[in-house]
Design a protein around this ligand. Structure first.
Ligand code: PM9
Length: 470
C-alpha cells in the first residue's frame, strides 16, 4: 500500500487490524432500563422502534442518520456560524468543500437529504417518466412518485440474495437498463437514480467499472445520471479494497473519479458527512440548477442556507473534509465488520458481505416460521429491544409500503432488521453487548410469534405504524 494512505497499526506491524483514529473528550451517559419497563415501553410504542423514547433505549442502532459524534474541529466551527439571512460565509465554505471533494459545479443546500430528493425529483422528472435505479430507497422513491415518475429496480439479481458473496452487489445490471431504455424509449427515462452504497440491499457498494459503464451507456442516449451520495465515501472504501487499480488511491481520488461519471448528486449529510442535520443537492448542468435554486426558496429557505443555520453549514463543511480521511473510513467500516464477524461466527443469518454502515439481520432465515405478512423483521427489532434495550430498525415489508396502483403490500425479497452503527459514537464493547443480545434472541427464536399491523399511516408507514402481538 502506498504511503499516501495512512496505515493502521495492524498494517504496519501485523498486530490488531484497526483502532479508532480518535480519543473521547466528552461522554453522554446511557443506561439500560429494566425488562418490565422495556416491555411497557415497547407496548406504548406499538412495537415500532421509531416510537420509543430515546431515554428508554440503551444502545441506539436505529440509524446512522444524524447520530454521529462531531469532532472538536466541527464544534469549533459551530462557534464560527455566520447567521446572516443571505450570503453567509459558511455557505461559501460548504460550497467549496463540495466542489473540492465531490467535484460538482453548482450547489443548493437543503435541510436534509429528502429536501434535496424533493428538489431533484421536481426539477428532473416529467409526469409519466421512469427512473431506473439500483434498488429503491423509501424517501427517494416516494419523492420520485410524488413527482409523477415510476421507479424501476435495475440492480443485479444478486443484490436480492442475502447470501450472495458478490463484491459489488450494488451494481446496476446493464442489460436490465438497456432493456428498459429499449422498451420505454430514452425520452421517457427521467434519469438514472444511482445510490452508493445501497442502503436497502445491506450497504452494498457499486464498482467504478459499473458507474463508468452506466456513464457510457447513458451518454449514448443523453440520459443523465444522478447519484445518491449519502454513503458514497463508504462506497469508495470498498472500491479501494476490492477493485483492481484502486488499492493505492486515497478515498479523495476515488470519490472525485466516481462523481465525475455522474451529472450531480443529492446528499443526506447526516450520514457520511458527519453532521447531525443537513443536506445538499449538487449538479453540473445549469438548467436543473436554475430550477432547484428557484424551488429551494419555496420549500427549504434562501439558496445560501436551504434550511440550515450558518453554524450547521460550517460544521458540515468541516465534516466533509474529515469524512474523506482514509483512516476515518477504515475504522468506521471495520467497526461494522467487527460486529458482523461475531454474528457470522455464531451462525446468526446476516446479509453478506457485510456492508458499510450496518449489519442487516436476515429476518426471513432468523424467524423462518413467521410468514412475511406477520412482519418478521419488525418482530426481530421488537424482540431485540426487549432483550437488551438495543434499538434497531425494520427494513422489509413494512418499509416497502404498498403498491400505489394495487394497494397491496409490496413483498421485498429482503426482509431485514438493521443494526445501524453511528459514526464515532460506540466502542467495541458496545458491539460485543449487541452481538450477545442478538445471539440470545436467536437461541430462543422458535418461541417467538409475529405481529399484526394495528395502525397504518399513508406515507412512509414504517416511521409511525403500530403493531400488536399475534
Ligand atoms: N436514511 C436511514 O436511517 C434516515 C431515515 S429512514 C428513511 O437510513 C438514503 C440512501 C438514505 C436516506 C435516509 C435518505 C434521506 C436518502 N438516501 O433522512 O432526509 O439512507 O436526511 O435522507 C435514513 P434524510
Amino acid at each position: 500500500m502506498s504511503n499516501i494512505i495512512p496505515q493502521t497499526i495492524g498494517q504496519q506491524y501485523g498486530r490488531r487490524s484497526w483502532a479508532e483514529p480518535w480519543k473521547i473528550k466528552m461522554v453522554e451517559p446511557i443506561r439500560m432500563i429494566g425488562r418490565q419497563e422495556r416491555e411497557q415501553a415497547l407496548q406504548a410504542a406499538g412495537f415500532n422502534t421509531f416510537l420509543l423514547r430515546s431515554e428508554d433505549v440503551y444502545i441506539d442502532l436505529l440509524t446512522d442518520s444524524g447520530t454521529s459524534a462531531m469532532s472538536d474541529r466541527q464544534w469549533a466551527g459551530i462557534m464560527m456560524g455566520d447567521e446572516s439571512y443571505a450570503g453567509s460565509r459558511n455557505f461559501y465554505h460548504l460550497e467549496e468543500a463540495i466542489q473540492t471533494y465531490y467535484g460538482y459545479r453548482y450547489i443548493v443546500p437543503t435541510h436534509q437529504g429528502r429536501g434535496a430528493e424533493h428538489l431533484i425529483s421536481q426539477a428532473a422528472i416529467k409526469k409519466g417518466q421512469f427512473i431506473p435505479g439500483n434498488m429503491y430507497f423509501t424517501t427517494t422513491r416516494l419523492h420520485q412518485e410524488l413527482a409523477g415518475g415510476t421507479f424501476v429496480d435495475v440492480i443485479i439479481d444478486e443484490a436480492h440474495d442475502p447470501a450472495s458473496q458478490r463484491p459489488f452487489k450494488g451494481n446496476i445490471d446493464l442489460d436490465k437498463l438497456q432493456a428498459l431504455i429499449d422498451e420505454k424509449g430514452a425520452a421517457n427515462i427521467a434519469y438514472i437514480s444511482l445510490a452508493g452504497t445501497v442502503n436497502m440491499a445491506g450497504g452494498q457498494p457499486v464498482s467504478m467499472a459499473n458507474v463508468r459503464a452506466i456513464h457510457e451507456l447513458c451518454g449514448h442516449y443523453n440520459i443523465r445520471v444522478y447519484l445518491d451520495a449519502t454513503r458514497m465515501v463508504e462506497n469508495c472504501f470498498f472500491i479501494q479494497e476490492r477493485e483492481e487499480g484502486y488499492s493505492d488511491k486515497p478515498i479523495t481520488a476515488i470519490l472525485k473519479e466516481f462523481c465525475s461519471y455522474t451529472d450531480g448528486a443529492w446528499m443526506s449529510a447526516k450520514k457520511d458527512n458527519l453532521v447531525n442535520i443537513g443536506g445538499w443537492l449538487a449538479v453540473n448542468h445549469e438548467d436543473v440548477f436554475e430550477m432547484a435554486r428557484n424551488m429551494v426558496v419555496v420549500y427549504e429557505g434562501l439558496h445560501t442556507y436551504g434550511g440550515m443555520a450558518g453554524r450547521d453549514m460550517e460544521a458540515l463543511a468541516i465534516g466533509i473534509a474529515e469524512s474523506v480521511e482514509d483512516d476515518h473510513v477504515h475504522a468506521r467500516v471495520n467497526q461494522v465488520r467487527y460486529l458482523g464477524g461475531l454474528l457470522t461466527e455464531w451462525g446468526v443469518p446476516i446479509v453478506q458481505p457485510v456492508g458499510g454502515h450496518a449489519i442487516f439481520l436476515d429476518a426471513k432465515r432468523f424467524y423462518d416460521h413467521i410468514p412475511q405478512d406477520q412482519f418478521p423483521a419488525q418482530t426481530l427489532a421488537a424482540e431485540l429491544y426487549l432483550d437488551s434495550g438495543v434499538r434497531s430498525m425494520e427494513r422489509g415489508v413494512v418499509s416497502a409500503g404498498r403498491d400505489p396502483k394495487t394497494g397491496d403490500h409490496r413483498y421485498p425479497a429482503l426482509e431485514l432488521t438493521r443494526l445501524t452503527i453511528p459514526r464515532r459514537v460506540y466502542t467495541q464493547a458496545h458491539m460485543d453487548v449487541v452481538a450477545e443480545s442478538v445471539k440470545a434472541i436467536y437461541d430462543v427464536r422458535e418461541q417467538t410469534r409475529g405481529l399484526k399491523m394495528a395502525y397504518e399511516p399513508q406515507y412512509l408507514r414504517f416511521f409511525q405504524a403500530r403493531f400488536e402481538r399475534l
